[in-house]
Design a protein around this ligand. Structure first.
Ligand code: PLP
Length: 389
């Protein structure tokens, strides 16, 4: 029997919906991973990834695994045992970075902020002053667990002045809001295919700048992970084409097609589309008395963490949305479990129709779950916002 999954509108924290052209790319015939035709596709992928990351970094490629592997690749390649890593934690993914850095044998210094808030530059400055020479400062640009959007430029200047390497998680931002790797002095950055790039999960685009590459060349010890050792992976993705692992051919077709779609749309237009739909959703929710969890002024366009109204059953609402509307949204993670829903408007999922559908579905489901609202108000407010009123 053929596998026929249900049709879903993916408005969770990822994966997002993918364009039919990406699905078609996945079904194209396999070729060998050293076939000249595949090598041509690899070159185009690197070129388009550089454009998407806004970087000239030569070492820019997709790691053959999900975004956690991009995170791990950055940290295992840049950290050696005994070195200091300053890691900023204001949600699940900063916590994951800490775990990885500790497994590298690094001495980890935490800079924390409440979940939903951003990391203040002064806190990083203090940590840089107190920690001695830090090798790495790492943080999450778009915290998918809280919806907080971290400003980077000021922290980047502090990190550079302290001669440390700046590592940034752009998993939920790349392709949905500005990620300017060169301009913002980011030394190492990674993302995932399944969010604002709108590919299937399974690859992790990564870029290493000249200072990160130099740190890699100067290592005294072998990279702890064989699979993620960039000095070997770059020889496969670079001129030498030395076999390292068998590249996931179909996934790379899908990524390339997704990147071509981004190029056709234009990055700026794509960012504007994400902003517009986020603002419309927010206006619609506000009209029925529902707010976002992340602090004002730092709310992501790509991932909305929505405060669950008092007394409303988190899981009941999500199940009803899925069953009645085929619409997936996410629940909260860790301390935010039961307190927020996570509604992603990423990549192909960030559409006017999806904003209006999500709001009208909530207007339908919430009253059954004990939340009284003025029916039609959310959709009306969002539609007005979309019309520019
Ligand atoms: N970093 C952030 C900010 C994420 O949102 C995620 C996944 O949601 C990851 C890292 C890990 O990605 P993956 O689940 O693809 O390994």
């Amino acid at each position: 029997m053929a596998i026929v999954p249900p049709t879903r509108i993916l408005l969770g924290p990822g994966p997002s919906n993918v364009h039919p052209r990406v699905l078609r790319a996945l079904s194209m015939p396999l070729i060998g991973h050293l076939d000249p035709a595949f090598i041509a596709l690899m070159e185009e992928t690197k070129h388009l990834l550089r454009a998407t990351f806004r970087t000239a970094n030569a070492l820019t490629l997709p790691i053959s695994a999900t975004a956690s592997a991009g995170m791990e690749a950055c940290l295992v390649n840049l950290l050696e045992p005994g070195e200091t890593a300053i890691i900023c934690v204001n949600g699940v993914f900063g916590t994951r970075m800490v775990d990885i850095a500790e497994r590298c044998g690094a001495s980890v210094v935490l800079v924390e902020a409440p979940w939903g808030h951003v990391i203040e530059p002064e806190a990083v400055e203090r940590a840089l002053r107190d920690a001695g020479q830090a090798k790495v400062v790492a943080l999450v640009h778009a915290e998918t667990s809280t919806g907080a959007w971290q400003p980077l430029e000021e922290i980047a200047r502090l990190v550079r002045a302290a001669d440390a390497l700046f590592v940034v998680d752009a998993v939920t931002s790349l392709g949905g809001c500005p990620v300017l790797v060169d301009q913002w002095m980011i030394d190492a950055c990674y993302s995932g295919t399944q969010k604002c790039l709108s590919g299937p999960p399974g690859l992790s685009p990564l870029t290493f700048g000249p200072r990160a590459v130099e740190a890699l060349r100067r290592r005294r010890s072998k990279v702890q992970s064989w699979y993620l050792d960039l000095s070997m992976i770059e020889r496969y993705w670079g001129e030498e084409r030395v076999y390292h692992h068998t590249a996931p051919i179909s996934m790379n077709y899908a990524l390339l097609e997704a990147l071509r779609l981004i190029e056709e749309e234009g990055l700026e237009a794509r960012w504007a589309r994400h902003e517009r739909h986020h603002q419309a959703l927010k206006a619609g929710l506000a009209a029925i008395g529902i707010g976002l969890h992340a602090e004002k002024g730092h709310q992501l366009w790509t991932l909305n963490s929505i405060r669950i109204p008092d007394g409303v059953d988190d899981a009941a609402v999500r199940s009803a949305l899925l069953e009645l509307f085929g619409l997936e949204i996410g629940g909260g993670l860790g301390p935010l479990k039961g307190q927020v829903w996570r509604l992603g408007l990423m990549g192909e999922s960030s559409t006017e129709a999806n904003v209006l559908l999500a709001l009208s579905a909530l207007e339908r489901v919430l009253p059954r779950c004990g939340y009284a609202l003025n029916a039609g108000a959310a959709v009306e407010a969002a539609a007005r916002r979309l019309a520019g009123a």
